[in-house]
Structure formats: structure tokens, C-alpha cells
Design a protein around this ligand. Structure first.
Ligand code: NAD
Ligand code: MN
Length: 364
């Protein structure tokens, strides 16, 4: 029987609550299908590890997870540690160390979820945002000098390479070609950023010629925010730089009803390294340790993990369980206006999986 080796890294805050919930769902799925198993190894890296060792993860940490089939991640962020240390010391170390250059963020309004867009039909908002995940504004290049003096200077240099831009745009065109509408919007800001973003536009045009079946357009990032709110149905697949997509995808998550639902995949499309799957939310200090976190973002990330592993029927089964559970207000957590706990939502998803066969054809 196939066994998938999964590294679980809960990290900080509610990551410690939602990742074990995701593991439970995968275990329920495996028990129910009987076709594969999961071999989990947990890595207690993050803020607590930092307090003990002065680093978020061990120096040879990547070697411990390099040969896994996938990584399930929670959140990095601790109330007592500066955010740039927790982010760069753990999550970005893994994303960059394993060259997970494509960050993929599907957004839909799930059944039973009351989104803020009042004129939006249930199928108007169905997007996948592709975020460049290896360079750009978050390349880490820059520095500070003359600290504390009036002449203090600080730079964050955005790095865009032809190789990096080509591979993310090609990935996005390919993804758009695989979706029914075959529609791609390339986000840019080449009116103001007149070097790298102009190259980005030129490369988009070049790559588009490889994909004659994909309709595509360009939108400035600021105009894109308004389009997402006012004309959501005109968008399908969206590709943007690291910073632009970071911001647009939080907006997308809010428009879909809650940050607690949104999933993401950090992919190495070439599969040289394990890819990493995580909810997009952070540590949620205000509710951590209370058992109130919405685990749906993690469960949807588990769906993306199963798709990446080639287990499409199993992925569909978990997605169906998620939609069944969001469809019932009794299993809504606080972020959705309900009173359900992480435990109750997890039990509801596992119960649905136990009652339905992942191998039978699914009816939408
Ligand atoms: P956050 O996502 O942690 O929380 C924002 C708000 O949304 C909070 O009110 C929180 O309670 C709520 N929320 C988020 N996820 C929820 C869920 N699953 N269920 C119910 N409610 C949920 O964002 P923040 O407050 O800006 O950041 C807190 C910490 O997390 C910071 O240290 C930040 O750096 C870190 N962070 C990490 C990641 C990551 O590791 N990928 C992402 C975002 C933020
Ligand atoms: Mn973000």
C-alpha cells in the first residue's frame, strides 16, 4: 500500500491547533479509503524552539524534511518575537530553501458562507491567485547603514530575474489553460515601476504565445483591487509578483468570507523538493489556545496536498466534506459568526468522510 511521508510543522499560535486537526482528517481519509496511509513526522519548530535555541528551526532542519512527500504547515508568528525573525527564520527558509516558487491560492465562496459582496452570485467569485514566491520584493536583498543617526538609510531591493519571471508566468498560463474558462489576468505596475515590471510585461507577452488557447489581459495592481470587488466574475486565474499577490490574496480571502477558510500551496512544480501546504492565516494571537480556530483553511490546504500527490478522488472527497460542513451554520466557527469549536468542525468533517466513500464517483 502506498504510504505518503508527511512533515507536520504546526509552528505558533493556532497553527498548533489546526495542523493536528488537518492530520486527523488525513488519518480519517486513509482509514476510510484503505488505499494509502500517511506516515507523519512532527517538527516542533517556531517561537518555543526559538526561546530555547535562539533560532526558529535547526540549521540542518531542511535536511530532516527534504525527503518527505509533502509538508503541512501551520503559522509562524509569536507575540514575543519580531515578525521578520519568525517569518524569515522558518516559513521563508523552507519556501526559499526548497525553491517553492509558485504560491497558489484558490478562492471561492463555499456553500453556507456569507461573503461581503452583496451583488455577487455564488459562482461569480472563483479565482486562483498565483503568487511569485521566490524573489521580487521579498528577495531579502538590502540593508541598513548609519543606524540611529540622522543620515540613517535602509533599502529593500526588489529583484526580478528573467528566469524567475518566465517560470512563474509559464506556470500561471499552464494553470489557466487547465481551468474551464482559460482566462488569465497578469497583474502589473509598469506605469510606476519602470524597470522590472516592464520586463515582467514583456515576458508575459512572450510566454502568452506558447498558450494560444488562453485569453489573457493585464491589470494594474491598484485597479485590480477595485475589479475584484466590482467585477469579480471577469477574473479567473490571476498572476502577480510576491508583494502584489500577498496583498491581493488577503483581499480575496476576505471577499470569500473569512481568512480562516483560505488555503495555499507553496509548490516546487518541478518536484525536486517537497511542496508545502498551509492555511493563509497567521497565528491569531487573540484566539490561540482556546480551541476556537477555524480549521477549514487547513483542511482545504490538505485538499491541495492530496491533489499534488495525485490523489484526486481523495482530494474531491475532502472538499465535499468541507462544503458539507460549511453549508451547516451549526458547524461555523466564530470568524463565520458561529459558535462551533475546532473540535466540532474537525469531527464533522471526519464523520462525513467516514460515511462517504472516496472511491465512489462524487456528485457535485
Ligand atoms: P492572523 O491571520 O493571525 O489574524 C487576523 C485575524 O483573523 C485575527 O482576528 C484572528 O483571530 C482571525 N483569524 C485568523 N485565522 C483564523 C482562523 N483560522 N479561525 C478564526 N479566526 C481566525 O493575522 P495577524 O494578526 O496579522 O498576524 C498574527 C501573527 O501571525 C503575526 O505574527 C504574523 O506575522 C503571523 N502571520 C503568519 C503567517 C504565516 O505563517 N503564513 C501569515 C500571516 C500572519
Ligand atoms: Mn500575507
Amino acid at each position: 500500500m502506498k504510504s505518503y511521508r508527511i512533515a507536520t510543522i504546526p509552528g505558533d499560535g493556532i497553527g498548533k491547533e489546526v495542523v493536528p486537526a488537518g492530520q486527523e482528517v488525513l488519518e480519517a481519509l486513509a482509514a476510510q479509503t484503505g488505499r494509502f496511509t500517511f506516515e507523519f513526522e512532527n517538527f516542533a519548530w517556531g517561537g518555543d524552539y526559538y526561546r530555547e535555541h535562539g533560532v526558529m528551526m535547526p540549521a540542518d532542519g531542511l535536511d530532516a524534511i527534504r525527503h518527505k512527500d509533502a509538508i503541512l504547515f501551520g503559522s509562524a508568528g509569536d507575540p514575543a518575537i519580531p515578525d521578520h525573525i519568525t517569518l524569515w527564520g522558518l516559513r521563508l527558509k523552507i519556501c526559499q530553501g526548497f525553491d517553492q516558487y509558485a504560491n497558489v491560492r484558490p478562492t471561492r465562496i463555499l456553500p453556507g458562507i456569507d461573503g461581503p459582496l452583496k451583488r455577487c452570485g455564488p459562482t461569480d467569485l472563483d479565482w486562483v491567485i498565483v503568487r511569485e514566491n521566490s524573489e521580487g520584493e521579498y528577495s531579502g536583498v538590502g540593508g541598513r547603514a548609519h543606524q540611529g543617526h540622522p543620515i540613517e538609510v535602509a533599502t529593500d531591493v526588489s529583484i526580478m530575474t528573467r528566469a524567475g519571471v518566465e517560470r512563474i508566468l509559464r506556470f500561471a498560463f499552464r494553470l489557466a489553460a487547465s481551468r474551464p474558462r482559460r482566462l488569465l489576468t497578469v497583474i502589473t505596475k509598469s506605469n510606476a515601476q519602470r524597470h522590472a515590471m516592464v520586463m515582467w510585461d514583456e515576458i508575459a507577452l512572450e510566454i502568452s504565445k506558447e498558450f494560444p488557447d488562453v485569453r489573457w489581459d493585464r491589470e494594474l495592481v491598484d485597479a485590480a483591487t477595485a475589479r475584484m470587488v466590482n467585477r469579480p466574475a471577469t477574473l479567473d486565474t490571476i498572476v502577480a509578483t510576491n508583494l502584489h499577490a500577498d496583498i491581493l490574496s488577503d483581499l480575496a480571502a476576505a471577499l470569500a468570507g473569512s481568512l480562516g477558510i483560505a488555503p495555499t500551496a507553496n509548490l516546487d512544480p518541478e518536484r525536486r523538493y517537497p511542496s508545502m501546504f498551509e492555511p493563509i492565516h497567521g497565528s491569531a494571537f487573540d484566539i490561540m489556545g482556546m480551541g476556537l480556530a477555524n480549521p477549514i483553511g487547513t483542511f482545504w490546504s490538505v485538499v491541495m496536498m492530496l491533489e499534488h500527490l495525485g490523489e484526486t478522488d481523495a482530494a474531491r472527497a475532502v472538499m465535499e466534506a468541507i462544503e458539507h460542513v460549511t453549508g451547516n451554520p451549526a458547524t461555523h466557527t466564530g470568524d463565520l459568526g458561529g459558535t462551533a469549536t475546532t473540535r466540532q468542525v474537525t469531527d464533522a468533517v471526519c464523520a462525513f468522510l467516514a460515511a462517504h466513500s472516496a472511491q465512489a464517483p462524487q456528485v457535485a
